[in-house]
Design a protein around this ligand. Structure first.
Ligand SMILES: NC(=O)c1ccc[n+]([C@@H]2O[C@H](COP(=O)([O-])OP(=O)(O)OC[C@H]3O[C@@H](n4cnc5c(N)ncnc54)[C@H](OP(=O)(O)O)[C@@H]3O)[C@@H](O)[C@H]2O)c1
Length: 263
């Protein structure tokens, strides 16, 4: 099993994890469709790929769910079909729940949850028809437990687990796989781009992010696990312990997190 000649659609490809996945897959000989809002940033990523001629750019905004079926049609016609959809685009949050405007809660849910669901629904019929496909979703360790300052973000990632766990069972007999990926701290601009309670950009690098794993290392670790069709994947540092501790003692995990620096 390899990614060579496979068609892979990656959202959130203009920076961070999605950008690193794009380079890693281009090196492995994949045909790529890369998406996010910023077309110029996607052009820069394409130029840096191993095989730029095998990279198609489709700009999209995950909050504009009505446009996504047509984007999926465009993506399918680029190389004939889609083998993998990497639902990776997303935004984070840095604000206390009590200070977070409802518009911000909705925005985080729109991008991370509704956009991801809508795009997945747009590619599913063709995958079902081919009886083949693999949907990868970048969740987070925040999809498995919560900390201060991330109420909407953690809610959006938890919601992904609910929806995709159900979907996985529904499409098993169509030979379509679902992998939920839970990164810990990865050194990207995710905290800089995070929303504050009033919707403004946080613009500060998180302490965890500064010490996080390089996105290229993350991509190298992730891809073999996707080929092995793992259903839930955790990649990161010590913060992954939270996932396991939550199963044994949620109370102890909460006590530890209350006293941790989660900025
Ligand atoms: N870095 C971490 O420590 C970490 C940990 C756990 C999970 N994650 C998840 O990993 C994924 C990638 O994040 P990252 O760390 O690589 O951060 P990032 O560098 O900020 O990348 C976020 C990507 O999402 C795209 N995006 C944001 N809003 C969008 C929208 N409305 N429509 C379409 N695309 C949109 C951005 O592109 P444009 O601005 O061009 O639209 C960008 O390419 C996210 O789902 C994030 O929640 C990250």
């Amino acid at each position: 099993m390899s990614f060579e000649d496979k068609t892979v659609w990656i959202t959130g490809a203009s920076s961070g994890i999605g950008e690193a996945l794009t380079y890693a897959l281009s090196k492995r000989g994949s045909k790529l469709i890369i998406s996010s809002r910023r077309e110029q940033a996607l052009e820069r990523v394409r130029r840096q790929c191993a095989i730029p001629s095998e990279v198609e750019i489709i700009p999209l905004d995950l909050t504009e769910t009505g446009t996504l079926p047509q984007k999926a049609e465009q993506a399918r016609s680029a190389f004939g079909h889609i083998d993998y959809l990497f639902n990776n685009g997303g935004i984070s949050q840095r604000s206390l729940a009590v200070d977070t405007d409802m518009e911000v809660v909705r925005k985080v849910m729109e991008v991370n949850f509704f956009g991801t669901v809508a795009l997945t629904k747009a590619v599913l019929p063709a995958m079902k028809q081919r009886q083949s496909g693999h949907i990868v979703v970048t969740s987070s360790v925040m999809g498995k437990f919560g900390t201060r300052l991330r109420s909407a973000y953690a809610a959006s990632k938890h919601a992904l687990h609910g929806w995709f766990d159900c979907l996985r069972q529904e499409i098993h007999d169509d030979n379509i796989k679902v992998s939920l990926v839970c990164p810990g701290f990865i050194k990207t601009d995710v905290t800089l781009n995070a929303l504050e309670g009033d919707g403004s950009k946080h613009n500060k690098m998180g302490e965890g992010q500064k010490k996080g794993m390089e996105p290229s290392t993350f991509a190298q670790k992730l891809l073999p696990k996707i080929l092995r069709e793992k259903e839930e994947i955790y990649i990161g540092g010590m913060e992954l312990m939270g996932v396991y501790l939550k199963r044994i003692s949620p109370r102890l995990l909460n006590a530890i997190l209350r006293n941790s620096d989660v900025t």
